[in-house]
Design a protein around this ligand. Structure first.
Ligand code: C2E
Ligand code: CA
Ligand code: CA
Length: 416
């Protein structure tokens, strides 16, 4: 469900309240990425179904259960007159996941966190934001659920504490890189890997990037964190064969200053990696926020031989006028289109037009989130240049990726 649709549904679910007292609860299934890795995609799909079903069992006549994304659901509960009522509902929710979920050959004990907010007169968008904040607070304080209060509005205090933790984690070496390979769409030869950051937190366990990158961006920690990623990625790329490159994600704020250019130049020199082996993945939104500066910066990088890729393409600001002189070598079609193309002809058509558009502007195309052979074949047929996704391989730790490459390339090609 897209965000606007979700807001609309929240609005009407709350409006359906007979007595005017409703609460919104945002429930998140923990560690979905790890569960996926552990039990595989098929089982994880069943597990997600059961996650939904158990939540559905809490839904009474006027209540509503809405999907936010794969592992996040929004519950609108009516008739919760006070915080005691809410606490009862929260405890019930927690107990729903006491028994493990059975999937193909496994029993998986899952845990959830929840953020509650009383509806009052706030707008649906505000409620979702405050519930997100409360949810994050719950995750960070290791409580199963937290009820938003007026100080939860933007969660700045909590952000600060979290960013402090990240800062010490960086100093203590709790961040590492995983690598996910990309292959040529027709020959399936390995052309490179995307570096994806992982936080192995002593306190929180494995924290996925989408849970800490936004906070790092707000607190300014994104810069040192990204310089770590850039250096670690090049240090590892250096040990791979010459024709295997590395792609690094670049947060929008890093396109504002000059530091990205300096750090990249120094790191390429220190690790002695050819600039053409490095791809910077930037988003359309990142370029659009300070267009002239971003264009100049990326153009200069490309003149030095570094590749530029437009990540998550199709989700943002796409406009034809943008395209004429966009300083990029590659487009990465967002995985939301790719994952749906098998079942949805409309998405397949979007993918086809993105490929054609990119080729008209001499850009290479990567499809990300390719999960099955049928999609891989279809993309190759549509002329897509490179493929990335679970179909080829999941993101792997540095050592695992090294051995994987070795197996793929044969004994004499593991390093050059
Ligand atoms: P992204 O750049 O779109 O990265 C791809 C994400 O899709 C990764 O999630 C990857 O594990 C996942 N993925 C890959 N193949 C498949 C597939 O076949 N199916 C599905 N469903 N997912 C697939 P991950 O590693 O959790 O990263 C999430 C996001 O966090 C990234 O999205 C990126 O925006 C951000 N991120 C990760 N590392 C960094 C970093 O070093 N710096 C910055 N600024 N952002 C990062
Ligand atoms: Ca990316
Ligand atoms: Ca992406």
């Amino acid at each position: 469900m897209d965000h606007r649709e979700l807001i609309e549904n929240v609005r009407s679910a709350i409006a359906a309240s007979k007595d005017g007292v409703a609460a919104l609860c945002l429930v998140r299934l923990d560690r979905l990425a790890q569960i996926n890795e552990l039990i595989g995609y098929e089982s994880a799909g069943l597990l997600l179904e059961e996650f939904k079903d158990r939540l559905q069992s809490m839904v009474r006549r006027n209540d509503a259960l809405l999907v936010m994304d794969a592992h996040k659901m929004v519950l609108i509960i009516h008739g919760l007159a006070n915080e005691q009522h809410l606490a009862l509902a929260a405890n019930k929710l927690e107990r729903l996941f006491d028994t493990p979920i059975e999937v193909i050959n496994d029993q998986v004990k899952v845990s959830v966190h929840a953020g509650f907010v009383m509806a009052g007169n706030a707008t649906a968008e505000d409620l979702l934001r405050r519930a997100e904040s409360a949810l994050r607070q719950a995750q960070q304080s290791r409580r199963a659920w937290v009820v938003a209060d007026s100080s939860t509005a933007l969660g700045e205090g909590m952000d600060w504490a979290f960013s402090q933790e990240m800062e010490s984690a960086l100093a203590e070496g709790e961040f590492t890189l995983f690598h996910q390979p990309k292959c040529h769409a027709a020959y399936h030869t390995i052309v490179g890997a995307e570096a994806l950051i992982r936080w192995h937190s002593a306190k929180h366990g494995i924290v996925p990037p989408d849970q800490f990158i936004p906070c790092a961006e707000r607190s300014g920690l994104i810069a040192p964190l990204s310089w770590f990623v850039l250096k670690a990625a090049l240090a590892q790329c250096r040990t791979w064969p010459q024709d295997v490159g590395v792609a690094v994600n670049i947060a929008p704020v890093l396109l504002d200053g000059e530091e990205l250019s300096q750090v990249t130049r120094d790191a390429l020199a220190i690790f002695d990696v050819a600039p053409s082996r490095l791809t910077l993945e930037v988003t359309e939104g990142g370029i659009a926020r300070n267009r002239d500066h971003a264009f100049a910066l990326l153009t200069a990088m490309r003149e030095r031989g570094v590749r530029v890729s437009i990540d998550d393409f199709g989700t943002g600001y796409s406009s034809f006028s943008h395209f004429r002189d966009i300083p990029a070598d590659e487009l990465k079609i967002d995985r939301s289109f790719v994952s749906r193309m098998r079942k949805s002809p409309a998405d397949a058509r979007i993918v086809k037009s993105i490929i054609d558009l990119a080729h008209n502007f001499a850009l290479k195309v990567v499809a990300e989130g390719v999960e099955d052979e049928e999609t891989a074949d279809h993309l190759q047929h549509l002329g897509c240049d490179y493929l990335q996704g679970y179909w080829l391989a999941k993101p792997m730790s540095g050592p695992d990726f090294g051995s994987w490459l070795g197996r793929k390339l044969g004994p004499n090609r593991a390093t050059d």
